[in-house]
Write a protein that binds this ligand. Structure first.
Ligand SMILES: *Cc1c(COP(=O)(O)O)cnc(C)c1O
Length: 398
C-alpha cells in the first residue's frame, strides 16, 4: 500500500496530528485534490463527466476542494441530493434510488437534474411527473455480468436474483413504447474497487443485452466502483473504453465513483487503551471500534492499512487489534510491529475517508470521533465535534 501514509512522514504533519484528541478522523485535503486531478484529466481526455457518489464520502467541507475537478454529485436519495445541491451548487445532481417514495420525489425535483429509476414499474408511475418537472430520466439496467469474486457477493449487484437494475428479460416483459419514450439515458453499476478490464467485460455485456436501445439515449452512466485513483489502475484503458463507447453511440458518458474521489484521503487516529494476552495472542485494545467507526472492516471484510505496522507475522511483535465494544468480533485485524505497542501509544489507520464518517454509529454508546481536515500547509481544522447529545438525540424525546 505504498503512498497511503506518505504525508505522515512530513514532520509538520506528524506534529499537527499529534495534537488532536483521539479517536478522530483526519481528512487529507491534499490527497483529495490529487485524486481530483486524476479524475479531471480522465474527463479532459474523454469528454466524460465524473460525479462524486456521496454515499462513500460526504464530508462537505471538502466539496469546494473537489468541485473544480468534478461535474457534480450523485445521491442515493433526497438528503444526499439536497446536500449535493447545497454544498456543490454549480455541479449536476444525479439521483439513483432503489425505490422512490412519491413524497420524496416531489422534494427531489428541487435539487436534482437526473433521476434514475430501478424498475420499469417506478419509471412508468413516476416518470411522467419527473419529466414534466424538468428531470433527465434514466433506468438502471442489470447486464447480469458478475466480475467480482464470489466472496464479495454482498457488493455484487449482478448476483443471481438481485433487486438492482432491470434485466433484459424484465425489460422485454414490461417495457412499453410510452415508458421507453420517457428515457434519456441508461445507468449500470456493477463494479466495486475494480480495474478497467472488468469495465471492459461489463461494457461488452451491456452492448450485447441493451445495445439496440442506445441509439435512442442521450447519456449512459457507468456507475461507480472504478478504482481510478489507485496506484496501478489502468487509466489509459479506461479512457479508451469511454471514448470508444461514447463515439460509437454518440452518448454523454457519466461515471460516479465514490471511493476513487477520496481514496487514501483520510486517517483514523486512535490510542492504545490496553494490551492483554490470551493463549499466545496479544490483544491490543484501542479507543476506536471496527463495528462503530470503520464498519466496512467487518462488512467487506478487509484489513485497513496501519501506519508503521506489518502483516500478521511479518515483524517481531504480532498483535491482534480490537475495539472497546462488547462485540467479540470487533477486531480490526492482525498486524505486527518492531516494538510492542504500549498503553497510550497512537495507532493511525489509513484510507479512512471513505465509507467511515458517513457510515459510523454509536453502538455500545460509543462516542463518534471528531472530524478534522488536514490542509496542504499542514494545519488542521476541526469540522465536526460530537458529544453525549449526538448519542442521545436519536434515541428519544429529550
Ligand atoms: C455505491 C455506488 C456508487 C459508488 O461506488 P464506489 O464503489 O464508492 O465507487 C456509485 N453509484 C451507485 C449507484 C452506487 O450504488
Amino acid at each position: 500500500m505504498s503512498g497511503v501514509f506518505d504525508r505522515l512522514s512530513e514532520a509538520s504533519v506528524a506534529k499537527a496530528l499529534q495534537e488532536l484528541s483521539t479517536p478522530c478522523y483526519v481528512l487529507d485535503e491534499k490527497v483529495i485534490k490529487e485524486n481530483g486531478e486524476i479524475l479531471s484529466s480522465v474527463q479532459e481526455h474523454t469528454g466524460c463527466r465524473i460525479l462524486l457518489a456521496q454515499k462513500a464520502f460526504s464530508n462537505y467541507d471538502l466539496y469546494p476542494a473537489l468541485a473544480p475537478y468534478l461535474a457534480g454529485t450523485e445521491a442515493s436519495g433526497v438528503y444526499e441530493a439536497r446536500l449535493g445541491r447545497e454544498e456543490m451548487p454549480d455541479g449536476e445532481v444525479h439521483v439513483f434510488s432503489t425505490a422512490y417514495k412519491a413524497k420524496d420525489l416531489e422534494a427531489l425535483f428541487n435539487y436534482a437534474d437526473h433521476v434514475v429509476f430501478n424498475s420499469i414499474g417506478q419509471l412508468a408511475v413516476f416518470g411522467p411527473v419527473a419529466k414534466s418537472s424538468g428531470m433527465s430520466l434514466g433506468l438502471r439496467i442489470n447486464p447480469e455480468c458478475s466480475t467480482q469474486e464470489e466472496s464479495h457477493s454482498i457488493y455484487d449487484p449482478c448476483a443471481a436474483g438481485s433487486r438492482l437494475g432491470v434485466t433484459r428479460a424484465q425489460w422485454d416483459k414490461l417495457m412499453t413504447p410510452e415508458t421507453f419514450a420517457l428515457l434519456d439515458g441508461l445507468h449500470f453499476h456493477t463494479l466495486c474497487e475494480q480495474d478497467a478490464y472488468d469495465l471492459e467485460v461489463t461494457l461488452d455485456a451491456v452492448e450485447e443485452k441493451f445495445g439496440k436501445f442506445l441509439a435512442d439515449m442521450k447519456w449512459i452512466n457507468f456507475g461507480g466502483g472504478h478504482h481510478i485513483t489507485r496506484n496501478g489502475y489502468d487509466v489509459p484503458r479506461l479512457e479508451r473504453l469511454i471514448k470508444k463507447f461514447s463515439d460509437k453511440y454518440d452518448l454523454q458518458v457519466y461515471l460516479e465513483p465514490g471511493e476513487a474521489c477520496a481514496l487514501n484521503a483520510g486517517y483514523l487516529i486512535t490510542t492504545v487503551l490496553d494490551v492483554t494476552e490470551n493463549n499466545g495472542i496479544t490483544n491490543v485494545i484501542i479507543d476506536a471500534s471496527a463495528a462503530c467507526h470503520m464498519p466496512d472492516v467487518l462488512e467487506m471484510p478487509y484489513r485497513p492499512p496501519l501506519y508503521g505496522a506489518g502483516e500478521g507475522g511479518e515483524k517481531a511483535f504480532p498483535v491482534r487489534i480490537g475495539g472497546p465494544s462488547c462485540l467479540a468480533g470487533d477486531v480490526i485485524g492482525n498486524y505486527s510491529f518492531d516494538k510492542m505497542p504500549r498503553i497510550g501509544d497512537r495507532l493511525i489507520f489509513g484510507d479512512m475517508a471513505i465509507y467511515t464518517t458517513c457510515k459510523n454509529n454509536t453502538f455500545n454508546g460509543m462516542p463518534l470521533p471528531d472530524v478534522h481536515v488536514l490542509h496542504p500547509d499542514s494545519t488542521t481544522t476541526m469540522v465536526a465535534h460530537f458529544g453525549y447529545q449526538d448519542f442521545k438525540y436519536r434515541l428519544g424525546s429529550s
